[in-house]
Design a protein around this ligand. Structure first.
Ligand code: GZL
Length: 334
């Protein structure tokens, strides 16, 4: 009897070692990477594997989202295979194909842009691997190609930014817009929501609008060009905080005071933005929750248990300005 137990525990150790070696993915958390056995009871399997095709690390918001998913996987003992798309859709698609080949149980995809996903999502569907979209939506002819989307209402975020700015500028002034990544859902929708509200204020105009690709560096570069072209700029609408922070640097280097000479409103609500609002260098940030890890794994476990999930799970957003940022800071989680 003792000999059998020894043999069994040796085999178990060998199996665990193989699975650790088998993983080999950057940033993957390992417990066991063998797909969980089908459960009879309809409960989610205790052990399962998720492949996460992330856009990249372009902003503080993105980094917070990645950390939220990785921390939650660790907490639940889920094997997470993480792929950084480095802002390239083709790398994200390659990662999804690799997850299919590795027979993961669920795929998380944060899609950089709205189009170009149908072929690879059909491949996942063909082998019954459910896909959960994180933070950005996609345009597909068949929405059964993904199970659910966890997101915020980007159009509403654009409206909130415009309403705040209209109030702050008493309904008049010229504005430059730093757009997010071309073709992405947040850039398209935040532009739409902002324009919808601005249409009600004939004395408020967006005089220049260009993508800053959601990064500090590009936001600064575009703002430098805007300032050279038009010294009368009165306000900046940035589709995310990182571009607004870059714009604030450009405004300072041009000898003006961001937050005073030029008003800045942006979206995300990251810690650095609230600090800048407290320091008077930014004026308003509309929150967009990146802490999608817990909700994503809840949805995954519902799906693995054979239960339905809503097609769209939308986070509620608040906003922060000079009157609220300072007291919100101590409790902010990203
Ligand atoms: C929004 C997300 C956007 C953030 C940016 O859900 O896709 O991408 O607003 C991030 O900061 O880069």
């Amino acid at each position: 009897m003792k000999r059998n137990a020894a043999v069994l525990s040796l085999l178990a150790c060998a199996g665990a070692l193989l699975s650790l070696v088998g993983c080999g993915d950057s940033g993957s958390t390992t417990s066991s990477n063998s797909p969980a056995p089908e459960t009879k009871t309809g409960a989610a399997p205790k052990k399962y594997t998720v492949g996460f095709s992330q856009i990249g690390a372009e902003s503080a918001w993105r980094t917070a989202e990645t950390k939220s998913v990785q921390d939650e996987a660790q907490k639940r003992g889920v094997t997470l295979k993480f792929a950084d798309g480095q802002q390239k859709q083709e790398l994200q698609i390659q990662a999804v194909r690799s997850f299919i080949a590795q027979k993961v149980d669920v795929i998380f995809l944060a899609p950089k842009v709205e189009t170009g996903w149908e072929p690879v999502l059909r491949e996942a569907k063909r082998v019954n691997i459910p896909v959960i979209l994180l933070d950005r939506g996609i345009k597909v002819s068949d929405d059964s190609l993904y199970k659910t989307l966890l997101t915020s209402d980007f159009v509403e975020e654009g409206r909130m930014a415009a309403n705040w700015l209209a109030k702050r500028m008493n309904g008049k002034g010229n504005i430059v817009e730093l757009q997010g990544t071309v073709g992405s859902a947040p850039a398209n929708d935040r532009k739409q929501g902002f324009a919808e509200v601005l249409a009600k204020f004939p004395d408020m105009k967006v005089t220049r609008s260009q993508t800053g690709d959601f990064t500090i560096a590009k936001g600064k570069e575009v703002m430098e060009a805007f300032l050279k072209a038009d010294p009368t700029i009165q306000a900046v609408y940035a589709h995310n905080d990182d571009m607004a922070l870059g714009a604030a640097q450009a405004i300072e280097e041009a000898g003006k005071k961001p937050g005073k000479d030029i008003i800045l409103v942006s979206i995300d609500g990251v810690h650095q933005a609230l600090e800048a609002i407290k320091d008077g260098k930014l004026n308003c940030s509309v929150e967009c929750n990146p802490l999608l890890g817990p909700g994503a794994f809840d949805a995954a476990e519902q799906i693995l248990a054979g239960k339905d999930v809503p097609k769209r799970i939308v986070s509620k957003d608040q906003q922060f300005d000079e009157s609220t940022a300072a007291q919100a800071l101590p409790t902010r989680k990203y």
